[in-house]
Write a protein that binds this ligand. Structure first.
Ligand SMILES: Cc1ncc(COP(=O)(O)O)c(C=O)c1O
Length: 381
C-alpha cells in the first residue's frame, strides 16, 4: 500500500465532459417516497478546512435507503427491463406500469456489489416482484449482507474481491437473468451508463439548491471514487462552471483511478482491496466513467482509513451521519488541504454518499452520541 498522495491531472480537459441528462429526474419523481435530500451547512468542517463555507449533500436517507446508489440502480433497472421488453419510456412510463408487465415473467435481476448498489438493485427487484441474485466479495461485513437479504435477494459470497464478484455476475447473464451493473467492461456499457445518468437527479437537486439558497457555485467539489460512476455524474454537473475545481478521492488501498491517471489509461490494480471505505474498494475504473472523470477532475488524492475516520467524526460534529465511503470526499480535502491550497475564500461542496451502513463500525469510529442518532435513523428505515 502506498502513502496518501495528490496527483495533478495532466488529462484535465473539461470541455470534453458530457453534460447532465434530465430524463431520470422525471422518473425518480414518480417513485414512492421521492424527495430531494438536504444540502446542509457544515461550520465545523469549514473551520477545520480553513475555508469560507462547507455544504454537505446528505444522502443517508434517499428513497428510503441509506445511500445515493438507488438513484442509479432504479433508473438502470427500469431501462434494462424496458430494453428486454422492447418497450419505450412513453409506453411504460412508471415503475407501477413496469411491475404489471414483469410480474410472473420469471425474470431475475443480478448485480455484483460492495454493498449499496446491490442492496438498491435488490430493492428494485422486490418492488417489481422479481427475484434478485446479488454477488458480494468475500470480505463483506455481515451487516451489509443481511441488509441485502432483507430486501428479499439471494446473496452469493464470491471467493475474492469486488472485481471477482463482477466477473461472476457477467458469467451469470442470460435471457432470464438480467445484469444491472454499476461498472462497465468490454461489451457491457448501456446499464452502467444508465447508472451514471440516474445519479444526475442528485446533481440537479444540488444545482437547484444552490440557486434557491442564492449562493454562487462552489469553488471546490470533492467526489469519492470506487469505479468512478458517481464521480462522472459530478463532473457532468460542474463541467460548465469554470470557477469550480474538482478533486477525486480514493482510499490508498483502492487507488485504481489515481493510478490510471498516472499511467494515462484505465489500469487494474492488484486486489483484493480491503479499505474500510467498502463502497470504494474497486480495482478497475469503469470504462464508461473514465472519459468524464479523466477529463473533468483537476486532481486526485488518496487517503487512509484513519483519515476517513477523522472525517466521519467531523461530519458528526456538524450533525451528519456519514459512513466510511460517505465521508471520504471530506476526508480527502482534510488530509490534503495544504497541498490543495484551500483558502478562506473557498466554498466547498462534499457529498455524504451514505449513512451508517455498517452500524457497529460507525459506533466504534464515531462514538456514542452520533451513533445513537444513527440508531434512530436505522430504526426509521
Ligand atoms: C457510499 C458510496 N459512495 C461512493 C461510491 C463510489 O461510487 P462509484 O463506484 O460510482 O465510484 C460508492 C460505490 O459503491 C458508494 O457505495
Amino acid at each position: 500500500m502506498r502513502d496518501p498522495r495528490l496527483v495533478a491531472n495532466s488529462l484535465h480537459a473539461p470541455t470534453q465532459v458530457n453534460r447532465l441528462t434530465t430524463a431520470p429526474e422525471r422518473f425518480h419523481r414518480t417513485l414512492p417516497g421521492y424527495a430531494p435530500t438536504p444540502l446542509v451547512d457544515a461550520p465545523h468542517a469549514a473551520a477545520r478546512l480553513g475555508v469560507g463555507t462547507v455544504r454537505v449533500k446528505d444522502e443517508s436517507g434517499r428513497l428510503g435507503m441509506p445511500s445515493f446508489k438507488v438513484l442509479g440502480a432504479s433508473w438502470a433497472t427500469y431501462r434494462v427491463l424496458l430494453r428486454h421488453l422492447g418497450a419505450t419510456v412513453d409506453e411504460i412510463p412508471t415503475l407501477d406500469a413496469l411491475a404489471q408487465r414483469v410480474q410472473g415473467s420469471g425474470l431475475r435481476l443480478c448485480a455484483a456489489t460492495d454493498g449499496n448498489h446491490g442492496r438498491a438493485v435488490a430493492r428494485m427487484a422486490q418492488l417489481l416482484g422479481l427475484d434478485a441474485a446479488i454477488l458480494v466479495p468475500a470480505d463483506m461485513v455481515p451487516e451489509r449482507i443481511s441488509a441485502i437479504e432483507a430486501e428479499g435477494a439471494t446473496v452469493e459470497i464470491v471467493d475474492g474481491g469486488y472485481d471477482d464478484a463482477i466477473m461472476r455476475s457477467a458469467a451469470m447473464a442470460s435471457d432470464t437473468t438480467l445484469v444491472v451493473s454499476d461498472t462497465s467492461w468490454e461489451g457491457y456499457v448501456d446499464p452502467p451508463s444508465w447508472v451514471v445518468d440516474g445519479y444526475s437527479t442528485m446533481i440537479a437537486e444540488i444545482l437547484d439548491q444552490y440557486r434557491t439558497q442564492g449562493v454562487p457555485a462552489p469553488t471546490v467539489v470533492a467526489a469519492q471514487i470506487g469505479v468512478g460512476a458517481f464521480a462522472a455524474a459530478v463532473a457532468r454537473g460542474f463541467a460548465d462552471s469554470d470557477s469550480t475545481r474538482l478533486v477525486g478521492v480514493e482510499p490508498t488501498q483502492a487507488d485504481c483511478m489515481t493510478t490510471s491517471i498516472e499511467t494515462g489509461s484505465v489500469t487494474t490494480i492488484p486486489g483484493p482491496q480491503l479499505s474500510i471505505m467498502a463502497g470504494l474498494n474497486c480495482g478497475t475504473p469503469s470504462l464508461i466513467a473514465w472519459p468524464d472523470v479523466s477529463s473533468g477532475y483537476d486532481s486526485f488524492v488518496t487517503i487512509t482509513d484513519d483519515q476517513v475516520a477523522d472525517a466521519m467524526r467531523l461530519m458528526a460534529d456538524d450533525g451528519i451521519v456519514s459512513g466510511e465511503s460517505g465521508a471520504a470526499g471530506l476526508g480527502g480535502l482534510l488530509a490534503h488541504r495544504n497541498a490543495l491550497g484551500l483558502t478562506p475564500s473557498d466554498s466547498v461542496l462534499v457529498i455524504s454518499t451514505e449513512g451508517a451502513t455498517d452500524l457497529a463500525s460507525y459506533r466504534a469510529i464515531v462514538g456514542s452520541t452520533a451513533a445513537s442518532e444513527a440508531d434512530a435513523k436505522e430504526m426509521v428505515r
